[in-house]
Design a protein around this ligand. Structure first.
Ligand SMILES: [Cu+2]
Length: 607
């Protein structure tokens, strides 16, 4: 995905351990006031929610400002809402009309986007698409009727503000009794913080896209491969990766080298703690509010029963571990005994983690696991369905040595112009029929360095790093929204979009076109659409369509789950049905912050 660089252009200058753990008392600096006890350290009766203040009702005043923080030992300025990071938790009630007055005390424009919330497009908060943005010193009033229930979140859609602290949780209670009963209710919001200026982080990636990748294959790896596979196979493997200008350890663009991972705005050393009484049923509302980090979450010693995905109740499924993509939410129920448990959320690239504790008494802790070893991407991750033969067309591989690659993964480049129909029954392919991939003409330009011709369509793959780890890991195949699809109609029309990039340039796009070069996608008001996403890159992209639900389908076309974010794994093709029931202009983008910033973004017009 990124060029396999042999030399580092910029040398690391910061000690990494410090950033993994952060300060015990890191966070918003309280100025000269007395050090207050965080909310979680006070044993409250009944329900308690996270560390952020909880605001309830129908009228809200939110003020956006710069606030000094210190997560790592280095004081920095962050972007806060009402002085807190995360922003206050907003608790709404289904059926209410909420009014939110958002005042901008920054020196630049701002905005708030209510992620996953169905509303009129003018209230969606995306500058340049749904409104003009909120200039410095001004107040914008959002007002809309709340028509759904569940766990969501909100964040800035302007500049680098989300990466610098502007995110908070939304909980919407049902108008009637909640079918899910719990004795405790905690938001567990995960995020990533960098002391660097996010603009500089982006510039570094533009200069050298693997700048933050500390998992590069080393000489030790090479000699281990020699021992395991023999010298010529080990050489071929290196040669193959180099020739493809790809890197098998390319699991995340940004690592713990610069990130400190937070749980409810608390560093791992700070150890956010949720209290319970033994035997209670505890509801945890996991929200991935990170800019760039996928987290793999588990609570050693506890099974998690997943009861909600992206705010929608699902048929309960009990697992040990959940990969939570950027911007996804999952609600789980746990029933802890009379001991402490670590909530462990390791980053997908395994360079660091966010961590907190569930405990019957304040101050208790449990062992914190070591992060798993990073697992290199396989050829299947990049080429999709390997059962069928050729699967990838690498734009830059004019002089590839086919001989050295043939033994690596059964790849057959001679078959590139193959008959797709022949692969219908290949491993991981749709059982319902052949998968035809349609590469747009625009995908053959400088913004795309790789195309997948026979993507895999399986949803039961937990993804790189989680396969065969001995734990029961949630996959999309496990998710079934209670009540079925919102619309019984089948698709009248299909729209296919490819997730594309050029690793050497750190460009990200859709169908090879960055947002600035694209024209809007048109949906006809009221139509039922099949949206096909094909990932022609080596990275998982959490794709977020604003304003409308995406109803994920199984490989054979059955309704699976209703979501606002769909992770598309490398070389994977996923389809979802959308009812275009929301007039206006909407954003549709990868929720990896810098991928969106680089251009993996489209406007949708529903008319
Ligand atoms: Cu992306």
């Amino acid at each position: 995905m990124k060029p396999h660089s042999r030399s580092r252009l910029i040398l690391p200058d910061l000690p990494r351990r410090q950033f993994l753990q952060g300060l015990a008392a890191g966070g918003v600096m309280l100025g000269l006031g007395p050090l207050i006890t965080p909310a979680w350290a006070r044993e409250a009766d009944g329900t308690a929610i996270g560390t952020a203040k909880v605001l309830t009702g129908t009228e809200f005043d939110l003020t956006i400002a710069e606030t000094p923080i210190n997560f790592t030992g280095t004081p920095r300025m962050a972007t806060s809402i009402n002085g807190s990071i995360p922003a206050p938790t907003l608790r709404w009630r289904e059926g209410d009309t909420v009014t939110l007055r958002v005042t901008n005390r920054l020196a630049e424009d701002t905005s708030i986007h209510w992620h996953g919330i169905l509303l009129p497009f003018q209230m969606d908060g995306v500058p340049g698409i749904s409104f003009k943005g909120i200039p410095p010193g001004e107040t914008f009033t959002y007002r809309f009727k709340v028509v759904q229930t569940g766990t969501y979140w909100y964040h800035s859609h302007s500049g680098m503000q989300e990466q610098t602290g502007m995110y908070g949780a939304i909980i919407i209670d049902p108008a009637d009794a909640d079918p899910i009963r719990a004795d405790r209710d905690y938001v567990v919001q995960l995020s990533d913080w960098t002391d660097e200026d996010p603009v500089r982080v982006f510039d570094k990636l533009k200069m050298q896209s693997d700048y933050y990748n500390f998992n590069q294959p080393t000489a030790v790896d090479f000699f281990r491969d020699v021992a395991n596979e023999g010298f010529s196979a080990a050489i071929s493997k290196r040669k193959m990766w180099n020739q493809m200008r790809m890197n098998p350890t390319d699991l995340a663009d940004i690592s713990a080298y610069t990130y400190t991972y937070l749980m409810n705005g608390t560093t791992p050393a700070g150890n956010w703690t949720g209290l319970f009484r033994p035997g209670e049923k505890v509801r945890l509302r996991f929200i991935n509010g990170a800019a760039m980090t996928f987290f793999d979450v588990r609570i050693p010693g506890l099974k998690m029963t997943v009861i909600q995905a992206d705010g929608q109740n699902i048929e309960p499924v009990t697992v040990d571990e959940i990969r939570i993509g950027v911007a996804e939410t999952y609600d789980v129920l746990v029933t802890p005994g009379d001991e402490a448990y670590t909530i462990f959320a390791q980053s997908m690239d395994r360079t660091g983690f966010s961590r907190g504790t569930l405990a019957p008494r304040a101050g208790m802790t449990a062992a914190v696991p070591a992060p798993d070893k990073p697992e290199p991407l396989t050829m299947g991750d990049m080429m999709g369905d390997m059962g069928g033969g050729a699967a990838m067309d690498h734009a830059g591989m004019e002089s590839m040595d086919h001989g050295s690659m043939a033994g690596m993964a059964g790849m057959n480049h001679g078959g590139m112009a193959m008959d797709h129909g022949a692969h219908a029954m290949g491993g991981g392919m749709a059982m319902g029929g052949p998968v035809r991939v349609r590469h747009a003409k625009s995908e053959y330009g400088p913004s795309t360095d790789m195309r997948v011709d026979t993507p895999r369509t399986n949803l039961d793959d937990p993804g790189i790093g989680l396969r065969n780890n001995g734990r029961r890991v949630l996959t999309y195949a496990d998710l079934h929204t209670i009540g079925g699809p919102i619309d019984p109609r089948g698709p009248e029309r299909e729209i296919e979009l490819h997730l594309t990039g050029n690793m050497e340039r750190y460009t990200w796009s859709l169908d090879g076109l960055e947002f600035g070069k694209s024209t809007p996608v048109h949906f006809r008001y009221g139509e039922r659409l099949r949206v096909i996403l094909v990932n022609d890159t080596m990275m998982t992209h959490p794709m977020h369509m604003h304003g409308m639900w995406s109803e994920l389908e199984s490989p054979d076309g059955r309704f699976q789950v209703r979501k606002h974010v769909i992770n598309v794994q490398p070389a994977q093709r996923v389809t979802s049905l959308v009812t275009a029931d929301a007039l206006g202009r909407w954003a549709w983008h990868c929720h990896l912050f810098l991928h969106m910033h680089a251009g993996m973004f489209r406007e949708i017009v529903v008319a």
